[in-house]
Design a protein around this ligand. Structure first.
Ligand code: BES
Ligand code: ZN
Ligand code: ZN
Length: 463
């Protein structure tokens, strides 16, 4: 992977980015530059080129405007083949600490390149942020967190044939050991003993068998909350017997993003020594076709005891999550948050900018929404009433895993999951749209976006 080295320094670099609001731009007297968000302008009048990068209007300025300003400056510098860059701002309208954090985040995220199979032509090697030395702590926090978002992109970009369930076990063990997290792996035999039939069924068609991996971080003082993070870990989703067609199957290495976001967030929590307790629950399967694959019509007995008829093998995420959520409830956490690339319908509803948030817990909704507004990883609350849950009831089983026809697919996925969380406060994030972007925008590359690591870090820090 490629990322720039970032530090606070007033060193002279090959280029100099000035973050400029619209109001400041109007005073510059450059007709070609209005300071709009994402706009940039180069002045070559000085020996060191000046790059003006717009953040938009001051009165509606958000940290996202700052991050986008930074990325337009970086894009401009890359097109000029500059290798080092300084970034500075005049007007700290959002507060210096927050601005330095946002500049560092955007610098780390925007200079990331997955370089293993095609080295990039130009890279920025170093960015010097012009800020006071007392801002080292926020700089360090931002770099650490955003680098973990980059790790998440790196893990997902690699070939899914390499990143199978055995490799996921290796990765989890490595990351947890380094970060000082306790790790436990339930292999096939253990899953059978426990009765996790839904995880076993989804994983049955693959040559690399299913696993459920637990990671534990106990950084909280006594009396501090315990949070369960659950993530969908389908290393590749072929759709199974309900095979996905061309146009839908190509990006399905993304389907482990939920689980790996949990891993990256826990790594972050441990490295930042956050004062909180977390249990991460990551079921990993590969959804494949083979002589042993599960089939439409199969009826499974889930870990919770509820029976489920398979109506579509491509609705596999909710199955592995159902067992993982039922296990999470038994660990008696204060709340459960799950992340899953669960439905194409969520992409249709909200696109790539916003994740679907499903929860009947007002406090969780508020907290997740607020964290999303701060980190720019937005969520939107969608409904989850009893009426929807009723629709998921089966004829010869308690539940069926999918419906056909014109149904609100993202809501139905969430409604299915609700059957496995009992009364524990719970929020489900459908990240099918946000985890993978079809094109680069601002500081987010095409492909895996690293979405959620910064959001969860912010959320966990405030617990
Ligand atoms: N992994 C997919 C959802 C997905 C779609 C993720 C697009 C990322 C981008 C999931 O397993 C799936 O296939 N869901 C089905 C559910 C349906 C069969 C009820 C879907 O969304 O079509
Ligand atoms: Zn699927
Ligand atoms: Zn899937």
């Amino acid at each position: 992977m490629n990322t720039a080295h970032i530090e606070i320094s007033d060193r002279e670099e090959a280029g100099c980015v000035f973050l400029i609001s619209k109001e400041e731009a109007s005073k510059l007297g450059i007709p070609e530059f209005a300071g709009e968000e994402g706009e940039s302008y180069v002045s070559l009048k000085t020996p060191i080129p000046k790059i003006y990068a717009g953040m938009g209007e001051e009165k509606s300025l958000s940290l996202e405007g700052v991050r986008r300003g930074v990325s337009s400056g970086i894009d401009r510098a890359l097109s000029m083949k500059l290798k080092t860059l300084s970034i500075g701002f005049q007007n700290a309208c959002l507060g210096e600490v927050a601005m330095v954090g946002a500049i560092a985040d955007a610098s780390v995220l925007a200079t990331y390149v997955f370089s293993k199979y095609k080295p990039p032509k130009n890279v920025i090697e170093r960015i010097s942020i012009k800020a006071r030395d007392k801002h080292q702590p926020v700089l360090k926090r931002a770099i650490l967190t955003s680098e973990n978002a980059n790790f998440l992109k790196e893990w997902i970009s690699e070939s899914p044939t390499i990143m199978n369930t055995a490799e996921m076990e290796k990765l989890c063990r490595e990351v947890c050991e380094k970060a000082g997290l306790k790790v436990t792996v339930f292999g096939e035999e253990k899953l059978r003993e426990m009765g996790m039939e839904m995880i076993l069924a989804v994983g049955r068609g693959a040559s690399s068998g299913p696993r459920m991996i637990l990671a534990e971080y106990n950084g909280g003082a006594s009396g501090k909350k315990k949070i369960a993070l659950v993530g969908k870990g389908i290393t590749f989703d072929s759709g199974g017997m309900n095979l996905k067609p061309t146009g839908h199957i190509e990006t399905m290495k993304i389907d482990k993003a939920g689980a790996l976001t949990v891993l990256a967030a826990m790594k972050t929590a441990a490295e930042l020594k956050l004062n909180v307790n977390i249990i991460g629950i990551m079921p990993f399967c590969e959804n494949m076709i083979g002589p042993n694959s599960y089939k439409p019509g199969d009826i499974l007995r889930s870990y919770s005891g509820k029976t489920v008829e398979i109506t579509n093998t491509d609705a596999e995420g909710r199955l592995i999550l159902g067992d993982a959520l039922a296990y999470a409830v038994e660990q008696k956490p204060d709340c459960i948050i799950d992340l899953a690339t669960l439905t194409g319908a969520c992409v249709a509803a909200l696109g790539e900018f916003t994740a679907g948030l499903f929860s009947s817990d007002k406090e969780l909704v508020k907290k997740l929404y607020e964290s999303g507004e701060i980190t720019g990883e937005r969520v939107w609350h969608l409904p989850l009433h009893k009426d929807y849950s009723k629709e998921m009831e089966g004829n010869i089983s308690d539940l069926k895993n999918a419906l056909t026809g014109r149904v609100p697919g993202a809501v139905m996925g969430a409604a299915f999951l609700q059957n496995f969380v009992g009364k524990t406060p719970w929020a489900h994030l459908d990240i099918a749209g946000t985890a993978w972007w079809d094109k680069k925008r601002y500081y987010v590359p095409q492909g895996p976006t690293g979405w959620g690591v910064r959001l969860l870090a912010d959320f966990l820090e405030k617990m």
